[in-house]
Design a protein around this ligand. Structure first.
Ligand code: ATR
Length: 275
């Protein structure tokens, strides 16, 4: 059998953590496979995607700025990719180029133990989502699958938040990015608070103990939002959980075997050591 090879494409791509994650799982499984980092300029995207088949690659993860543009070069798009309007994974399946969005599954993974989607735990009555860009779209699609009651989107451009709720058929409203209202779940789906970015311009006083606060930012791991949430007695979920969670279904699709998840702590330490 030929060596299974996959990778990640983006522009630039030097910052991507995907190689660390996939190579960790390959090593854990003792699997003879490779995972590369491919810088692909926007004007080369079509040629690169068509080249996957010619090169015999299993597929690629897709990151900024290609998540939307890549879709026109694919044969099929999975349901979550269609719902989000973006894909972060391309898999070569029997010669067909198939786009998937595993960000939704990655976002949902750590929430499974906290809220249910009609199962055992409590449902999400009210969620607050900060942001209305691409990441927020994946978060909102995820919340919809959990059967969220109502969503408040806080966004600098309020109309964009309202449009998104409307488009996805979610009940709720959009407001400016200022005070966080009381909610069962609060998610930061902007890159604000990330190292090198401005802080979130929001007051956290509305957070109540017992609420769940989730930041998709993972550098730093403990963002100002998560520190404030922890001080209030909230349950917190950091951005590395989603990062690792979105990689898992992609790994399974590329290498044909589910990644071992019993050593996530070691993987997290590895990711933080290189941060
Ligand atoms: P991503 O794919 O990471 O979601 P994006 O689609 O460009 O990136 O969306 C960025 C999000 O962060 C948007 O919600 C954006 O607000 P606008 O819709 O008003 O543009 C928000 N954002 C980015 N920089 C911001 C800033 N300096 N202040 C407030 N919001 C900001």
């Amino acid at each position: 059998m030929t060596l299974p090879v996959a990778g990640v494409i983006g522009w630039p791509i030097g910052h991507s953590k995907s190689p660390v994650i996939h190579r960790f799982w390959l090593a854990q499984l003792g699997l003879d496979g490779e995972y590369g980092r491919f810088p692909v300029a926007p004007e080369d995207l079509g040629a690169a995607i068509r080249g996957l088949r010619a090169l015999g690659l299993r597929g690629v993860n897709v990151t900024v700025p290609h998540k939307i543009a890549v879709m026109e070069f694919l044969d099929r798009i999975g349901p979550r990719g269609r719902a989000v309007g973006a894909v972060n994974t391309v898999v070569v399946e029997d010669g067909a180029l198939v786009g998937r969005n595993t960000d939704v599954a990655g976002f949902l993974e750590p929430l499974r133990g906290v809220f249910s989607g009609g199962g055992d735990g409590p449902a999400i009555g009210h969620a607050v989502v900060l942001g209305a860009g691409g990441a927020a779209r994946a978060v909102l699609v995820g919340l919809k699958t959990l059967g969220v009651g109502r969503v408040t989107v806080l966004n600098r451009t309020v109309a964009k938040g309202a449009r998104l709720l409307d488009e996805l058929g979610l009940a709720g409203d959009a407001r400016p990015l200022d005070a966080v209202p009381d909610a069962d779940l609060v998610v930061n789906a902007t890159s604000l608070g990330m190292r090198g970015m401005p802080p979130l311009p929001v007051a956290f006083d509305g957070l109540r103990p017992g609420a769940c606060v989730y930041d998709i930012v993972y550098a730093p791991l403990e963002t100002a939002l998560l520190a404030a949430a922890r001080a209030k007695g909230c349950r917190v979920i950091d951005g590395l959980r989603m990062l690792v969670g979105q990689a898992a279904p992609a790994f399974a699709a590329f290498y044909g075997v589910a990644p071992p998840r019993d050593d996530d702590d070691a993987l997290r330490r590895l990711l933080l050591a290189g941060a």
